[in-house]
Design a binder for this molecule. Structure first.
Ligand code: ZN
Length: 383
């Protein structure tokens, strides 16, 4: 059965503003933007869903390049391990494409489990990739090397999160780092995937210096490097703004709720906004914390959706080389988020043409519950 969804009267940010349009989605793709006469669809005598988006903005689904899909490591003993991410949690934040990673614990949080979790999300209708590796070098892989992981496993998009400038890193040497970057690059070249190396930056004293050294002394492309947690401290922010002018795309995580001061510093240091992305780094905080802070930042900086959306759509799709993601246009994946035009509250979320949130409520049924009477509950209070 064909899957057909018609969105009427949407004010579309693609992320550039396209005006008021109808959007026809067929088989998970955007087939047409413009005026669509539903009587023509009636004539086809196939079932289709219609949503009237009067009073709403329609945005591309967000891309989150850094999420701990199988939970966070737990750095204060076993009771501090965080549980796996769920589909409703992710889509509630307007996120429809996610890249999963492993953090400091590469032993009990292993890459095979991460791959299985990404496959689960993909089967359910989201788009999920994984970084091959983790904090440590040599990186834990699925098939023996970063390059063969990229070649053999669809979900592997690059190497990461490789820890540098951090007391928890394996203190990799520059030649070791360069070899990982080139393995990921070649794996990406052969498969048409991004093949970038996603670096975790810590509080270590060398900050971004290893990446500046890599660019200066090795045959490494700036577009192969993708460091995150750049908003961790003032020196990283300063160096991060500078490295964007070498063509390196950097990422801010939003798990500490500091997007506004981080953006302020980035602008003060004249960083290039075309080379900045945002991630949730969700494991202890919810993936939706990302969009919450985007809304706050828009108010504080008086930024339009056109200005801020690229940080979670087109910029991310470019560095990850996801050609059908991050924009609304014919041929793009039908990953769409409808928000209230006044409050920017998320009202509907569509991933690959399938509705996950409708009228603010989850309409997703986890398949396992069809044969289960489990009720999964979690309690807690953020201090
Ligand atoms: Zn990290």
């Amino acid at each position: 059965m064909a899957s057909v969804l018609l969105l009427k009267n949407a004010e579309v940010y693609s992320p550039s503003f396209l005006g008021k349009k109808d959007i026809l989605c067929l088989e998970g793709k955007v087939a047409k933007i413009g005026s669509v006469n539903s009587s023509h669809l009636d004539g086809l005598e196939i079932p289709y869903d219609v949503l009237d988006l009067e009073g709403m903005f329609l945005l591309p689904g967000l891309l989150d390049p850094h999420e701990h899909l199988i939970g966070g490591s737990g750095e204060a003993g076993y009771a501090s391990r965080s549980p796996e991410m769920t589909v409703p949690e992710i889509v509630r934040g307007g996120i429809t494409t996610v890249v999963g990673c492993i953090g400091v614990d590469t032993f009990t949080r292993n890459i095979h489990s991460l791959l299985a979790q990404a496959k689960f999300f993909n089967e359910e209708g989201l788009t999920a990739y994984i970084w091959s590796g983790g904090y440590s070098v040599p990186p834990p892989t699925l098939t023996g090397s970063i390059k063969s992981d990229l070649i053999l496993v669809n979900e592997v998009i690059g190497a990461g999160e490789i820890a540098i400038s951090d007391v928890r890193s394996s203190q990799p040497t520059l030649p070791e780092i360069a070899r990982i970057v080139s393995q990921a690059y070649v794996g990406g070249m052969l498969t048409g995937k991004a093949g970038v190396t996603h670096f975790h930056l810590g509080e270590g004293k060398y900050h971004l210096q290893p990446l500046f050294d890599l660019l200066a002394n090795y045959d490494v492309n700036a577009t192969s490097l993708y460091p995150t947690h750049i908003n961790r401290n003032p020196q990283l922010l300063k160096e991060g703004a500078a490295i964007t002018h070498s063509g390196v795309t950097i990422d801010f995580d939003t798990c500490d709720g500091d997007l506004i001061p981080s953006l302020k510093s980035f602008i003060e240091h004249e960083g290039d906004l075309n080379f900045l992305t945002l991630s949730s780094d969700a494991s202890f905080t919810s993936p939706s914390f990302l969009f919450e802070q985007i809304k706050e930042a828009m108010k504080v900086f008086k930024w339009s959706l056109e200005k801020i959306l690229p940080l979670v759509t087109t910029n991310t799709a470019r560095i990850l080389q996801l050609r059908t993601k991050g924009y609304i246009g014919p041929g793009a994946d039908a990953d769409l988020v409808a928000v209230d035009r006044t409050t920017l509250e998320i009202i509907h979320v569509v991933a690959k043409g399938k509705l996950f949130i409708k009228d603010g409520k989850s309409v997703y049924n986890q398949r396992i519950l069809e044969s289960s009477n489990r009720k999964i509950e979690i309690y807690g209070k953020k201090k």
